[in-house]
Write a new protein. Sequence first.
Length: 554
Amino acid sequence: MAVSSSFTGAKMENLLLCSAPSSSSGSASRAVSMQLPHVGLSKRRGLVQRGGAGGGGVGVRPVVRCDVGASGAAPEGPRIDVSSLSALEQLKASAADRYTKERSSIVVIGLSVHSTPVEMREKLAIPEADWPRAIGELCSLNHIEEAAVLSTCNRMEIYVVALSQHRGVKEVTEWMSKTSGIPVSDLHQHRFLLYNKDATQHIFEVSAGLDSLVLGEGQILAQVKQVVKVGQGVVGFGRNISGLFKHAITVGKRVRTETNIASGAVSVSSAAVELALMKIPESSHSDARMLVIGAGKMGKLVIKHLVAKGCTKMVVVNRSEERVAAIREELNGIEIIYKPLSEMLACAAEADVIFTSTASETPLFLKENVKDLSPVSTEVGGLRLFVDISVPRNVGSCVSEVSGARVYNVDDLKEVVAANKEDRLRKAMEAQAIITEESKQFEAWRDSLETVPTIKKLRAYAERIRLTELEKCLSKMGDDLPKKSRRAVDDLSRGIVNKLLHGPMQHLRCDESDGRTLSETLENMHALNRMFSLETDLSLLETKIRAKIEQIQK
Ligand SMILES: NC(=O)c1ccc[n+]([C@@H]2O[C@H](COP(=O)([O-])OP(=O)(O)OC[C@H]3O[C@@H](n4cnc5c(N)ncnc54)[C@H](OP(=O)(O)O)[C@@H]3O)[C@@H](O)[C@H]2O)c1
């Protein structure tokens, strides 16, 4: 089989020289266990990997903050060069072709509310509009084949399919460092790494709301759905990763319908309202002047929870009025006063409690904006409260240096949601049985993908024979053979091949519709490979490398 002459030199060098530890196991073998304060049942979570360093990545987003320390990004990693074809032949002959014997791994590299402060999460956050670009950049890394980004207020998790666990993790961590400006060593301290079954189980738990600050909250399922929606048609959001996320949606729905995990579940926004009410005197609950900044999904929920707590009047600041008007119409009877963003500071001066939940990437309030605001009456506690559920944060932590102000962010909500650990554990246990069952199903589906190359090779093999024999036949029949007759012979050859392939193809598919077990399917695959010498074709690694080179060259 011919090899592309424009082979990627650095990539090949990496593959040849790779001295990574064995990466075939499904466990986070190099991880150090650390107890983390959240609901997770399994020992897997709270795994924080340490060690190693490096550089690379693709540029730091500019962020204006009062509390962000200067942190150096890692140095630039090696660039990919186009090189000769002999390397591929060397690779085939070398003992370093262990990738060919392994299936790629699903890996999650994550930093969540359980182990990473908001100061760090906000630098890592990637806005939805940039997810496709991020997927593209991740998949251009040497050992990454597929990718997805789950960036929410509670977590920044990168899911990848990696040719090598060790190198894939290193490359992604360096990329995260470069895009966020956070040194690799800091990322090592806070990140968790999960592989294959553990990664699958993790995203299922996330989708079910088991890993959320507010157990069973519904927003996370919507966010997982959004990952799939945005990923549709994005090249690197490949078969394995999209299959994983789609399955996670199924799990999220199942857990919420078949268990009572969501019963009485609050959301981040209701917890924010709860926190604010905890911080002001009860006597002022109905009179406190409430200001909500942002009228998106979260802003709307904050407004609704305020109403549920008896608030009948509030000011809502938003860039545009439409969303506020729609909320006003929905909440008939509640006085909602709309103000544009340009009047935000004037509105803040007239408010006791300020909720912020916008997608702004830079803070809306800094110390200098707040220090001269008129003081809040002692009847409402004498402090102006800023409850900020945005990530990146809308209120700089420097605002808390102002004597008449208090700032709370998403991490402070732990105080409200920590209640009743036993109840949380019980609900989580109910969900766990479903997650275990669904994880097995996903693994079986993934295993069944192993047969796809054999299916393709068998088809290609049969097609080659068909075309050769057809050509022989047509040349014997002469040039003056009518078009109709040519087509009839062509159809005949196709019909015979398809009928002959039907049985073997059926025995290579394992979609659980016919009760065939996976091991039987894999046995069939090996038998067909042997019978038709299909394994003498391109190795799995060659196929992958070729696909990557084609992608890079496009
Ligand atoms: N979704 C969740 O589950 C969740 C949970 C907790 C926290 N959060 C955080 O809450 C924040 C809002 O999330 P969301 O889900 O409500 O988003 P969303 O539905 O997309 O709404 C975005 C809001 O931000 C406003 N906005 C966007 N860019 C802005 C800018 N540059 N300056 C000022 N306002 C701007 C929008 O105004 P217009 O209406 O004029 O466009 C809208 O009100 C985010 O920081 C998010 O991380 C979200």
